[in-house]
Design a protein around this ligand. Structure first.
Ligand SMILES: Nc1nc2c(c(=O)[nH]1)N[C@H]1C(S)=C(S)[C@@H](COP(=O)(O)O)O[C@H]1N2
Ligand SMILES: [Mo]
Length: 179
């Protein structure tokens, strides 16, 4: 994608986000990919279905320096497990092949490995926040919280989709075009 088309895509996404906020409706996100039970969820549904955790974090932003926030929400691993990723849950090697890609409303997206959040591997306490600094994120959309990161880039806000899937043999990327 060229720099101009990236800028245009970001501008359109930002217009869509403004319109969405004005409508006052809850922003949902999809959990999709190589999962047996794809999910569409809102912040209210996260609060109703999973125990809430709290994280007080500081991260560095290249533009604005140190940022401090308090987030509340369920563990990412618990929400993604409900979508039943297509690995054998008893086999650590199978689980270690999976990736998690998180996309935000403005087109910003980032990648994690399943092993980062898996209790038998990195066990990182990532959250899908439904509140930031006591403010509900129902209208803006949920935010990824990565307390183990020093930098803020993976704190994706206004999450619209989370893709879960495996990489192939020889480290091949996942099949393109998965819905
Ligand atoms: N959707 C989205 N989320 C994003 C970004 C972005 O551009 N788009 N920037 C990231 C970066 S680089 C940082 S440092 C933090 C900044 O968060 P704050 O300004 O709310 O503290 O948001 C992160 N989340
Ligand atoms: Mo940043």
């Amino acid at each position: 994608m060229t720099r101009t088309s990236t800028a245009l895509t970001a501008a359109r996404a930002s217009t869509a986000l403004t319109a969405h906020r004005a409508s006052g409706s809850a922003r949902s996100f999809r959990v999709h990919g190589e999962v047996a039970e794809p999910l569409t969820l809102t912040a209210a549904e996260l609060r109703a279905r999973w125990p809430e955790h709290r994280a007080e974090v500081v991260f560095q932003c290249a533009q604005s320096g140190p940022r401090r926030h308090t987030f509340q929400g369920p563990l990412l691993r618990e929400v993604l497990t409900a979508a039943e990723p297509c690995f054998d849950p008893r086999r650590r090697k199978h689980r270690s092949r999976f990736l998690v890609a998180v996309g935000g409303g403005d087109g910003h997206h980032t990648v994690l490995s399943w092993a980062e959040i898996d209790a038998d591997f990195g066990a990182a306490p990532l959250l899908l926040a439904t509140r930031i600094d006591g403010r509900d994120l129902d209208a803006d959309g949920c935010q990824l919280v990565v307390p183990t990161d020093h930098c803020g880039a993976r704190y994706v806000s206004a999450v619209t989709g989370i893709w879960v899937g495996a990489c192939g043999r020889d480290g091949a990327p996942p099949a393109a075009g998965d819905a």
